[in-house]
Design a protein around this ligand. Structure first.
Ligand code: C2O
Ligand code: CU
Ligand code: CU
Length: 464
C-alpha cells in the first residue's frame, strides 16, 4: 500500500473531475449536502432516553427530479441520527412495517447478545422489538444497520442504515468543533437504473458508481473558514474509500471506530473500508473565502476506475472559532498480556469458480460455534486475506480491538485507537489484540464487505 499512499500525497492535479457513469447523469456538486435528521426522543427518564423507529418503504428524492424507492428507518434515507450519551441508556423500539424480517445491529456497540441485532434474532413483519443500549462505553461514532440473515446485504444497500453518535463528558470538555460545526458524512455508493431505481445484484461493485453523501449524489457543502468536525462512516456494501482533499492538505484524525485517538493524527488521507468510521477535523481557515476544495476517492472498485469525486466544500467567510483540537484527546485502555493466539484466513471463490466466501475454509453456519473464548481473556488474532485480487475486512461484534501490526509494521496513528473493523488488501495480514471482559454469549465476526458476509464470510464466537 506504500505506493498507493505515495501517489496520494504527490499533488492533486491527478484528480480529474470524471463524469459519473450510470444513468441518469448527475452533475457533481450541484446538490447541497443534506444533514441527517436527529431522532427525537419521546420520553426521558433519569437514566434512559426512549425512541421509536418504524422501518418502512419510502420514495425519496436522491437523484434530482426522480423518486427512488428505498427501505428506511422512519422514512429518511439514510436513517435519522441517534444522539446518545455514555452511561445513559437508549431504549429504541423498532417497528417492522416492511414485508421482510429485519434485525437491527448497533455496529461498534458493546451490548449483550439479545440486544446485538444478531442475524437470527429477527423482527418479523408487523412485529417490533425494543432494543436497550446501555451505552457503557466511551463516546464514539457508531452506526445501526440491518443484519437479518441472508438479507442484510440487500437491506443495507436499499437504505437500512443510520448514524448513532455516542457522546461523553470528557469529549465535551475538549472543545472540539460542535453544534452546526460537527457534521455527519455518511458515505455510500449505489447502482441506479435509468428510471432512478436502485439496482441490487450481489457483488455488483463495478456498477455501483453513484457516490452518495448523506443520501445526496456528489454534494457540495458551504463551509465557513473555520474548523469543522466530521463524523464519517463508510456504509457501502463493498467500496473502499482512500480519500484526500484536492489540495493535498492534511485533515486531522481525532477518532476511529470505537472512540477518540490518544492524540490528534494529521494525515493527507482517510482510508475507510465498509463499516469503518473516521472522526476528523478540517480547518478551512487556511483557505481564502471563495476557494472550492473537493474530497476525492483515489481508489476505484475495479482496475479501470482509479479516481472519483465524492463531494466539494465551498469556503465562505471567516468567522470566530473558539473550538480547539487539544494535543491530548484521551487515554486508551491498557493492553493486558495476551494468553491465547488464533489465526483466521479470509478467502473467496475466484470469479467464475463459485460464489462462496470462507473464514478458515468454512462458510457461515448459524448452528456452529467456530471459536470458544474464555471470559476475561485477552487474545491475539492474526487475520490474513488470502485472496489474490479481492480486498476484505474483518469486523468483530461486541469488542473494540487494537491493531498491533499489519504485515509486520505498526499501523498509521489514525488506526492505532479503538477499532472494530480492519481493512485487509489482498495478501495482507493484521494482528489484533482483543479482550473479552464484558458480555458473555454468542457473537459473529465477519467480513464487512457485506456482500461477502452474505456469501458466507462470517463465523461465530462464544464467550463463556
Ligand atoms: Cu456492522 Cu455484523 O456488523
Ligand atoms: Cu457490528
Ligand atoms: Cu470480504
Amino acid at each position: 500500500a506504500g505506493g498507493v499512499f505515495q501517489s496520494l500525497t504527490s499533488g492533486t492535479q491527478a484528480v480529474a473531475a470524471e463524469p459519473p457513469a450510470g444513468p441518469p447523469a448527475v452533475t457533481p456538486f450541484t446538490v447541497p449536502l443534506p444533514r441527517p435528521r436527529v431522532l427525537a426522543l419521546y420520553r426521558r427518564t433519569r437514566s434512559a432516553d426512549y425512541y421509536a423507529v418504524t422501518m418502512r418503504r419510502a420514495r425519496v428524492e436522491i437523484l434530482p427530479g426522480l423518486r427512488t424507492e428505498v427501505l428506511t428507518y422512519n422514512g429518511t434515507f439514510p436513517g435519522p441520527t441517534i444522539r446518545a450519551r455514555s452511561g445513559r441508556a437508549a431504549v429504541v423500539k423498532q417497528i417492522n412495517a416492511l414485508s421482510a424480517p429485519t434485525s437491527v445491529h448497533l455496529h461498534g456497540g458493546n451490548n449483550p447478545q439479545d440486544q446485538d441485532g444478531g442475524m437470527m434474532d429477527l423482527i418479523q413483519p408487523g412485529r417490533s422489538k425494543t432494543y436497550v443500549y446501555a451505552n457503557r462505553q466511551v463516546g464514539a461514532t457508531l452506526w445501526t444497520h440491518d443484519h437479518a440473515h441472508h438479507m442484510e446485504s440487500e437491506h443495507v444497500y436499499r437504505g437500512l442504515s443510520g448514524l448513532y453518535l455516542l457522546g461523553d463528558e470528557a469529549e465535551d470538555a475538549l472543545g472540539l468543533p460542535s453544534g452546526p460545526y460537527e457534521v455527519p458524512l455518511i458515505l455510500r455508493d449505489a447502482h441506479f437504473d435509468a428510471a432512478g431505481q436502485m439496482v441490487y445484484t450481489m457483488d455488483d461493485a463495478l456498477n455501483r458508481t453513484t457516490i452518495l453523501v448523506n443520501g445526496a449524489p456528489w454534494p457540495y457543502m458551504k463551509v465557513k473558514a473555520r474548523k469543522y468536525r466530521f463524523r464519517m462512516v463508510n456504509s457501502c456494501n463493498l467500496r473502499i474509500f482512500v480519500m484526500a482533499l484536492s489540495d493535498g492538505s492534511p485533515i486531522i484524525h481525532v477518532g476511529s471506530d470505537g472512540g477518540l485517538l490518544p492524540a490528534p493524527a494529521p494525515s493527507p488521507v482517510i482510508v475507510l473500508s465498509p463499516g469503518e468510521r473516521a472522526d476528523f477535523v478540517v480547518d478551512f481557515s487556511r483557505y481564502a473565502p471563495g476557494t472550492q476544495v473537493t474530497l476525492a476517492n483515489m481508489l476505484g472498485p475495479g482496475p479501470t476506475e482509479l479516481v472519483g469525486q465524492i463531494m466539494r466544500f465551498d469556503v465562505e467567510e471567516k468567522v470566530t472559532d473558539t473550538s480547539r483540537v487539544p494535543d491530548v484527546l484521551t487515554t486508551l485502555p491498557p493492553l493486558p498480556t495476551p494468553t491465547v493466539e488464533r489465526s483466521f484466513e479470509l478467502r473467496m471463490d475466484e470469479p467464475g469458480t463459485g460464489h462462496l466466501a470462507y473464514i478458515n475454509e468454512k462458510t457461515f453456519d448459524h448452528d456452529r460455534i467456530d471459536t470458544e473464548i474464555a471470559w476475561g481473556s485477552t487474545e491475539v488474532w492474526t487475520v490474513k486475506n488470502t485472496s489474490t485480487t479481492v480486498p476484505h475486512n474483518f469486523h468483530t461484534h461486541l469488542v473494540q480491538f487494537r491493531i498491533l501490526e499489519r504485515d509486520g509494521m505498526p499501523v498509521y496513528p489514525a488506526e492505532a485507537g479503538l477499532k472494530d473493523t480492519v481493512l485487509l488488501f489482498p495478501g495482507q495480514t493484521a494482528k489484533l489484540q482483543l479482550t473479552f471482559d464484558t458480555h458473555r454469549g454468542v457473537f459473529p465476526y465477519h467480513c464487512h464487505m457485506i456482500d461477502h458476509s452474505a456469501m458466507g464470510m462470517m463465523a461465530q464466537m462464544r464467550i463463556s
